[in-house]
Design a protein around this ligand. Structure first.
Ligand SMILES: [Zn+2]
Ligand SMILES: [Zn+2]
Length: 347
């Protein structure tokens, strides 16, 4: 088969590799579209080393058609359209003991820890498979994983009808949180970033949201003005590597100041740097600060909302290229991040 192989960090080659074989409990999926994730970019740059090692095949956001099933597969057959939940957990660690798989001590992902979907074929286990309804296109099937990240964050933060929401970060994850949030609440949503292009994308898809460029105005003041000093019920942080804007708070502290008393802050951005916080601000509000990492069974919910037209997947797609152009696609994302959300790779 052909695959986009990361042969060394920073270099993807389109080349022939052996088509993987399957065991009795596995299926072979013919990939239709795959999507490039922010973590794929980290892997590409070598920032996941030594967790990742080259050569490898990336790709954990993809959809396709089952080509072949192992003997033990009971609920799926060749020809089924599927999207693949890329996570597998160990089953033995303290997190797995209580069924909290996203916190598994040795959580693994297809496309990071084992070969993934930037190839004509990929191997998956039965529990990872989700059938894709006919009303959902192959392109949109490749976005189910990242959209499900938004639904998981909503579940972690317990978003309810009429809740008001702040989302720091209008990148890939922030936009997916926005889409999930809008299936749950019609309350006010504030979206914050320092790139107008990203805020514009969010606003085009959801004209009722209030976008705030933190370079121009102080997001916390704007939120309090709009909510008569009350603050929002829930604030999500999806920035990750925060760019320090003079006279502005770090996004996590901004979230704490933006929520109402007894509100919730949900942090998703993965950063290695410290977030300066004043815990008193959280304590006086008796507020909750929680985190959200990957997904935990939200594929079904995401597929349901996609099937019924409740989401705007096209708003996430900046460009479609062929998988053979993966190197070019990664270079574009590295060079002009502000112009792109998702690049889809057609196989
Ligand atoms: Zn991802
Ligand atoms: Zn575990």
């Amino acid at each position: 088969m052909k695959a986009a192989v990361l042969t060394q960090y920073g270099k993807i080659e389109w080349k022939n590799v052996p088509t993987p074989s399957i065991s009795d409990g596995e299926v072979l999926v013919r990939v239709k579209y795959a999507s490039i994730c922010g973590s794929d970019q980290h892997v590409f740059r070598g920032e996941f080393h030594p967790r990742t090692s080259v050569p490898m095949i990336q790709g954990h956001e993809f959809g396709g058609v089952i080509e072949k099933c192992g003997k033990e597969i009971t609920n799926f057959q060749a020809g089924d359209r599927v999207t693949v939940d890329p996570i597998f957990w160990c089953g033995n660690c303290p997190a797995c003991e209580i069924g909290h798989y996203p916190a598994c001590l040795s959580l693994k992902l297809l496309g990071i820890d084992v070969d993934g979907g930037f190839a004509e074929f990929v191997v998956a286990r039965e529990f990872m498979l989700n059938k894709v309804p006919t009303d959902i296109s192959d392109k949109h099937a490749a976005l189910v994983e990242v959209l499900a990240i938004g639904f998981h964050a909503c579940k972690r933060a317990n978003v309810r009808q009429e809740d008001s929401i702040t989302i720091y970060g209008a990148g890939k994850v922030g936009q997916c949180i926005l889409q999930a949030v809008r299936t749950k609440t019609s309350g006010p949503v504030f979206m914050i970033d320092i790139l107008d292009t990203r805020l514009h994308l969010a606003h085009q898809a959801y004209p009722d949201i209030i976008t705030i460029n933190a370079r121009d105005v102080d997001p916390v003041s704007v939120i309090h003005e709009h909510t008569n000093g009350r603050g929002v019920d829930i604030a999500f942080e999806a920035v990750g590597h925060a760019v320090v804007v003079p006279e502005r708070l770090h996004p996590v502290r901004g979230c704490i100041q933006a929520i109402r008393p007894a509100g919730t802050v949900c942090v998703l951005g993965l950063s290695d740097t410290e977030a300066p916080l004043v815990m008193k601000e959280l304590i006086f509000k008796e507020a909750k600060i929680i985190t959200s990492r990957v997904t935990h069974g939200e594929f079904a919910e995401t597929l349901h909302h996609l099937e019924h037209g409740h989401l705007k997947p096209d708003a996430l797609i900046s460009r479609i290229m062929h998988l053979s152009e993966a190197q070019q696609a990664f270079e574009i994302l590295e060079q002009e991040p502000e112009k792109y959300l998702k690049i889809l790779l057609r196989v």
